[in-house]
Design a protein around this ligand. Structure first.
Ligand code: ADP
Length: 334
């Protein structure tokens, strides 16, 4: 599809350039021919005049619109044809290059979109297939007890909740848009405090303590989005840390930006996973984590999207077995 679109766009660019070049050639040809004729006419008049002055009569001279003009016009046509052929070749190559450059990013975006749709459908299909199989087996079982039916419903409910998380995540990824983003001055301390209160229960369940050392900085942003960003990072820090460890939040102000860090003492991220953890639906191998860690690999891509919406940056450093530190950089408000 993109190949034929590139060729069509090349043809359009070329048609435009050739249209301009040919129009220019016709104008040049007409004006040059007119100038040639005028110059021959002028010479004819001068010669007649000089003849008349010298010999007292004016001879009938040849018609200037004949041989020489014709020759000169042909030379002009040949040069213009050569010029236009050169324009055709150069413009053809340039048009194709420009068409590829114009359509390249669109092609990449469409490829990413269809890859995402395929991955998301796959993620949705897995729990749905599991639920369908469970329900079908239960329906076939004529001696299904109430207890077994309850267990089945409980298991299905868990899958439904996971599916809800997944669809919420997908919606969050699709919905943040720059047009409705109205940044305000937001306190980093207040945002992180609110995020901590949301994940406090999970932290307590795993006996993980949270130390909030962020200073009283104000950044430009959307409070709700920033709370969501820190909830994602804190939630991950808890999910991927063993019990009894500590999470530390800190902040510094550097060159007009606030650097907010979330450091855990968790399992860490393997170097070959690090470049991919912000990709949609990417999950590193969870075998080293003792507990079953749920998730769909959407959290960090949503976090990245929120940071990009704020024109900030997010970085991570990690050591397997020692822990990870995520640093979010946001513009300070004055
Ligand atoms: P999810 O947590 O749902 O798998 P995320 O996008 O939030 O998805 O994270 C992607 C992957 O990055 C996770 O699967 C995990 O392997 C890794 N990861 C993220 N945060 C941490 C962390 N604090 N410590 C260790 N690994 C992490």
């Amino acid at each position: 599809m993109f190949k034929s679109a590139s060729l069509k766009l090349t043809a359009w660019y070329l048609a435009l350039i050739m249209g301009l070049s040919l129009t220019f050639s016709v104008v040049l040809y007409n004006s040059s021919s007119a100038a040639l004729r005028a110059s021959f006419e002028h010479q004819r008049v001068i010669i007649r005049q000089q003849f008349e002055n010298a010999f007292g009569f004016a001879p009938s001279l040849y018609d200037p619109r004949s041989a020489e003009i014709g020759e000169a016009q042909q030379r002009l046509i040949a040069s213009l044809a050569l010029g236009n052929t050169a324009v055709l070749v150069v413009a053809g190559a340039a048009s194709f290059y420009l068409a590829r450059r114009t359509l390249g990013p669109i092609e990449q975006a469409m490829e990413a979109q269809s890859r995402f749709t395929a991955d998301a459908s796959h993620e949705l299909r897995t729990p749905l297939t599991a639920m369908q199989a469970e329900v079908e087996v239960a329906l076939r079982d004529k001696n299904l007890s109430v207890h077994e039916a309850r267990e089945l419903l409980a298991s299905n409910l868990e899958e439904v909740r996971n599916l809800q998380d997944l669809s919420n995540g997908l919606l969050a990824l699709a919905s943040q848009d720059q047009d409705h983003f109205a940044p305000q001055s937001v306190s980093v301390e207040a945002v992180t405090r609110q995020a901590i209160s949301r994940i406090q229960k999970q932290a307590e369940q795993k006996d993980i303590s949270i130390q909030n050392d962020v200073s009283d900085l104000h950044v430009l942003g959307d409070r709700g989005e920033l709370v969501q960003l820190f909830v994602i990072l804190l939630d991950n820090a808890i999910k991927y840390s063993p019990s009894g460890t500590t999470l530390t939040l800190g902040s510094t102000a550097q060159n007009g930006s606030a650097h907010i860090s979330i450091a855990d003492q968790g399992y860490g991220i393997k170097p070959h996973d690090l470049p991919h953890i912000f990709d949609r639906l990417y999950r590193a191998d969870q075998s080293r984590t003792k507990d079953k860690v749920t998730g769909y690999g959407l959290g960090l891509s949503i976090a990245k999207k929120i940071v990009e919406l704020h024109k900030g940056a997010i970085d991570v450093t990690s050591r397997v077995g020692e822990g990870s530190t995520f640093v979010v950089r946001l513009e300070l408000s004055r």
